[in-house]
Design a protein around this ligand. Structure first.
Ligand code: FPP
Length: 262
């Protein structure tokens, strides 16, 4: 296995979405659907929770790889608003893992000056999770340039409904004219208000759908699907995704010629 430091030599400054120091184009924001923990475990005759445990280790590895590569924002889908329908024992294991990971991995984030944030309907999480999240958010709130965002109890439709409610309430008290509502007004009421849109969205485990993840924000994201399950998604696999991103031409509805002229 290639060591992470060799795959991603330290940079002095992020080179987001522009040709980087090593001649490549780095996405400013990478969003990941970490999928396949259960199948990974099942194929090894292990309990599903074992897949989550190894998956949590990958979270640290990929965060380090992303930050070293110059990615400014990494947003990981850690628990969806639909995941509550799983067996209680699995939910409890995931919540415990989350608290342990935030506590242990949090130290490295502080050391590396990475800002930590959670998006989603976080207030509905168990108190011990909420406490751990709030503590780490507070400790890292003054860092910028490198950001780890966890989507927890997150669903894009739920996020949109919450945004519409906020905007409707502003309209009701006359703060905003309903006929003048623009996309920017919607965007600033989403959980990602001060986070740029993802440039690259990765999903592991061979599934090719977005599963209610950052639907509005990913309107122009490059999609990368891999058969590799999340517990096997190493820094090396991450580097393959970045290389593939570097080969893509992003057009935002323009022609290739127009892009060249810009
Ligand atoms: C999808 O695999 C993964 C999850 C629902 C949870 C993701 C959680 C982790 C990676 C571990 C803990 C997270 C953090 C942030 C420390 P799945 O269970 O849906 O797999 P399957 O589709 O094979 O059943």
């Amino acid at each position: 296995m290639t060591p992470i430091k060799k795959l991603f030599p330290k940079r002095t400054a992020a080179k987001s979405s522009k040709p980087g120091g090593m001649g490549e184009k780095i996405p400013r924001h990478v969003a990941i659907i970490m999928d396949g923990n259960g199948r990974w475990a099942k194929s090894r005759n292990k309990p599903r929770t074992e897949g989550h445990k190894i998956g949590a280790k990958r979270v640290s590895e990929i965060t380090e790889a992303a930050m070293r590569s110059g990615v400014e924002f990494l947003t990981l889908f850690a628990f969806s608003s639909e995941n509550w329908n799983r067996p209680k024992s699995e939910i409890d294991a995931l919540m415990n893992l989350l608290v342990i990971s935030i506590k242990t991995h949090g130290k490295k984030l502080v050391k590396d000056r990475v800002r930590f944030r959670a998006i989603g309907n976080v207030s509905a999480l168990p108190k011990k999770c909420l406490n751990a999240i709030e503590k780490l958010e507070e400790k890292t709130k003054n860092f910028d340039g490198r950001n780890l965002v966890l989507a927890l109890n997150y669903g894009a439709r739920d996020e949109l409904v919450r945004a519409v409610r906020k905007i409707s309430n502003s309209a009701k008290i006359g703060e905003i004219d309903p006929n003048k509502i623009e996309w920017e007004d919607v965007a600033r009421n989403l959980d990602t208000a001060d986070i740029p849109d993802p440039d690259l969205l990765i999903r592991t485990s061979g599934e090719m759908r977005l599963s209610n993840y950052l639907l509005m924000q990913s309107a122009y994201a490059e999609l990368y699907f891999t058969d590799v399950c999340w517990p096997d998604f190493t820094a090396e696999e991450f580097s393959k995704a970045l290389k593939e991103y570097g080969r893509r031409e992003r057009r935002y509805g323009l022609t290739g010629e127009q892009i060249l002229e810009r």
